[in-house]
Design a protein around this ligand. Structure first.
Ligand code: PRT
Ligand code: ZN
Length: 217
């Protein structure tokens, strides 16, 4: 449609840790929306932008495929997927790290102790790549949630999971051994060709984001 030629389509998480902060950022740079909790697609009232609210896991692919021009998503999600997109900005919220962790007081003390061990994670690609880079061979078991209980269930010897305060690991008798990836929310852009109009809109959008980020420091 003529509309999708000109209006910038931006993906963000529908309902999760990054949703409110992303909406606050968009409102902070002057974009106005109607009540966002209600719908999947939102038109901006005063800027040629429409928002697509989806699961964070789907964002890198939508941006890669050009279904959306831009997306706000954790660097961890984009890196795990290996998406072919460009990171325009790191946004200093949703900060966390992906870490290898094992039972406190167990036999795993350093990264080399992961040799031959079973690791539960929702990030199999990042985990495998990191261990391969260190010349360590482990068995990686992919679990989609509640990874931290896997060692207690004896499904795995260790985990590789996102950490922010470390409380979840501690509560489950685990200790962090090594950080393998540092993450924050990023603004990503499709690598597909965009119309001159859209490129201009993105530039305008970035100027506002940069101004907002500087003001917040
Ligand atoms: O439904 P949808 O698929 O969209 O959401 P989701 O459940 O997959 O993601 P969500 O909302 O939990 O997280 C979205 C993004 O927030 C992640 O992809 C990260 O980029 C970022 N983020 C920042 C975090 C955390 N901090 C975080 N602490 N994501 C998850 N956690 C979890 C972690 O998995 C563990 O269970 O929080 C727990 C650890 O927290 P601490 O504070 O106890 O260490
Ligand atoms: Zn998700």
């Amino acid at each position: 449609t003529a509309d999708s030629e000109t209006s910038l389509r931006i993906a963000l998480q529908k309902d999760g840790r990054l949703t409110d902060k992303t909406i606050n950022l968009l409102e902070g740079i002057g974009l106005q929306f109607d009540n966002y909790k209600r719908s999947l697609m939102l038109k901006c009232r005063n800027f040629d932008v429409e928002l697509l609210l989806i699961r964070d896991d789907d964002i890198p692919e939508y941006v890669q495929d050009g279904v959306c021009d831009l997306g706000f998503v954790g660097a961890n999600v984009t890196a795990e997927m290996g998406a072919d997109v460009t990171t325009l900005r790191g946004l200093e919220y949703g900060m966390c790290r992906l870490s290898l962790a094992a039972k406190k007081d167990g036999i795993i003390k350093t990264v080399s102790d992961f040799e031959g061990k079973t690791i539960a994670t929702s990030y199999p690609n990042l985990t495998r790549k990191y261990l391969e880079g260190k010349g360590i061979s482990s068995k990686v078991v992919t679990i989609s949630g509640a990874v931290e209980i896997a060692p207690r269930l004896e499904v795995a010897d260790a985990v590789c999971d996102l950490v922010s305060t470390g409380n979840t690991l501690r509560a489950n008798g685990l200790e962090e051994i090594e950080t393998i990836f540092e993450s924050e929310t990023e603004l990503i852009r499709t690598n597909k060709d965009l119309s001159p109009g859209k490129k201009k809109l993105i530039e305008k959008f970035l100027v506002r984001i940069d101004g907002h980020q500087q003001a917040g420091r």
